[in-house]
Ligand binder design. Structure first.
Ligand SMILES: *Cc1c(COP(=O)(O)O)cnc(C)c1O
Length: 456
């Protein structure tokens, strides 16, 4: 056995000395105390101090099958022993990647029959953008370059990812590539005003059409959006939104990219978000839940029109990664898809999502701090607001969401704060009893947050 030291104080010290963390305020991390996570089982994680936490975020929305699925571990070990690595450059393939491609094509929405692989959601998004622009070049329309996305979208953290994402601070820091533009998002709770949800969904979608009319469809390559926005705060569109986006993209011949890095593989109580909303994307990015996070893998689905253009026209497309189609990752994905099927995790997401939503509404529907509780499958959000009826959040300097998140951790629940929107997205294997614990602990965290606010 490889010996990784287990003296927690020592690990904390060397981490502090040598590890630059992702998405972190480095100064405050260094002033505080890093949590060392040492093991996990089912929906539970343990830290080095011995505290057991219910992981209400499935890691980063990815551990859909939970932390202890032996068949994923066995698939990795078997593949590592047989062929730990080979690439798919230079006319090669491997059994795992070929078999996974066939399986993914079979389960994907209609018209998506080819798959391109990478290791992360960011790389899948970057690949989708490159393929979209190259597609239009192959069509003799090299001017079609602009990528349209939405406020509060999250599409990864490379320079292209930050440019296409609509998280304001991140975009300002790094998102300065040309030929990217953002339109409105259907954030009903915040922005619908007097409109009905259906009217508001149309209005938000039509912000895309207004932009197209302003710059011209001959300049625009693609529109990208998450079926339900994740990191932006579980923003769920009204039912009128996606059909209108689909109509606009078709009418103006703009490629539609569904970023399903979170929605894909069951979380919404359907295999894909595109299935939920009847979206027929030209490109569809997936990652996270494809291996339940056990190893890194992303799969970009390429629609027939785009794939056939590349295949018919030929000419090298200079794009790929050393780990595109990594055999170990593909073997784990195949085992993970077996678990999703055999344990009916898609049905579980629908059922437990409904139970959790009902439980939260029961416990917190009348709470003075909670303005809305919304969800679809196991993607759930609670809006904490200063003006509950007027849908007005607290000043961001009050850090209400962060306070609530910290109380939740003390209560033994991992919950995430996107601004003051509290988010829950637990593993799909969560039991009835564990759903009950999430409700209890979330309610205590919100009560304590309210207590602190009242105390001034
Ligand atoms: C997480 C995420 C990404 C980025 O994936 P990484 O694996 O972190 O690069 C892209 N799009 C969406 C919708 C995501 O949630």
């Amino acid at each position: 056995m490889l010996d990784i030291p287990n003296d927690i104080d020592h690990l904390r010290a060397v981490d502090n000395a040598h590890h630059l963390h992702p998405f972190t305020d480095h100064k405050s991390l260094h002033e505080g105390r890093v949590r060392v996570i040492t093991r996990a089982e089912g929906v539970w994680i343990w830290d080095g101090d011995g505290q057991r936490l219910l992981d209400g975020m499935a890691g980063l929305w990815c551990v859909n099958a939970g932390y202890s699925q032996p068949t994923l571990v066995e698939a990795a070990a078997r593949q590592m022993a047989t062929l730990p690595y080979y690439n798919c450059f230079f006319s090669s393939t491997t059994p795992a990647v070929a078999a996974l491609s066939e399986r993914l094509a079979r389960m994907s929405p209609a018209g998506l029959n080819h798959v391109f692989y990478a290791s992360s959601g960011s790389e899948a998004v970057d690949s989708a953008l490159r393929i979209a622009r190259q597609f239009w070049k192959l069509q003799g329309k090299p001017e079609k370059r602009i990528i349209v996305s939405r406020e509060y979208g999250y599409h990864g953290s490379t320079i292209a990812g930050a440019s296409v994402s609509g998280m304001t601070d991140m975009h300002k820091q790094a998102g300065d590539l040309p030929d990217f533009h953002q339109v409105m998002t259907p954030y009903t709770w915040r922005d619908a005003g007097d409109l009905s949800p259906e009217e508001f969904g149309l209005k938000a979608a039509q912000s895309l059409e207004a932009y197209i009319q302003q710059v011209g469809a001959d300049k625009i390559a693609a529109f990208i959006g998450e079926p339900i926005q994740g990191a932006g705060g579980v923003i769920i569109p009204p039912d009128s939104y996606w059909p209108e986006i689909q109509r606009i993209c078709r009418a103006h011949d703009i490629l539609l990219i569904a970023d399903e890095v979170i929605c894909g593989y069951g979380r919404l109580g359907a295999m894909f978000g595109s299935d939920v909303y009847g979206i027929q994307p030209d490109l569809m990015t997936t990652a996270k839940g494809i291996t339940s996070g056990y190893v890194p893998l992303s799969a970009l689905f390429v629609g027939d029109r785009v794939a056939e253009t590349f295949i018919e026209q030929g000419g090298e497309f200079y794009h790929g990664f050393t780990y595109s189609g990594h055999p170990v990752a593909c073997a784990v994905a195949l085992a993970n898809l077996d678990v999703i099927d055999s344990q009916n995790l898609v049905g579980a997401a629908e059922r437990q999502g409904a139970t959790l939503l009902a439980g939260l509404r029961d416990a917190l529907g009348d709470h003075p701090l909670v303005s809305e509780i919304r969800g679809r499958g196991l993607m759930i959000a609670l809006e904490l607001a200063e003006d509950k009826a007027g849908h007005k959040p607290y000043a961001s300097s009050r850090k209400v969401g962060l306070t609530c998140r910290n109380f939740a951790t003390e209560e033994g629940l991992v919950m995430r704060a996107c601004r003051d929107t509290m988010v829950l997205a637990p593993p799909l294997v969560i039991s009835d009893e564990e759903v009950g614990l999430v409700v209890e602990r979330a309610a205590r965290a919100i009560d304590r947050t309210w207590g602190q606010i009242k105390a001034g």
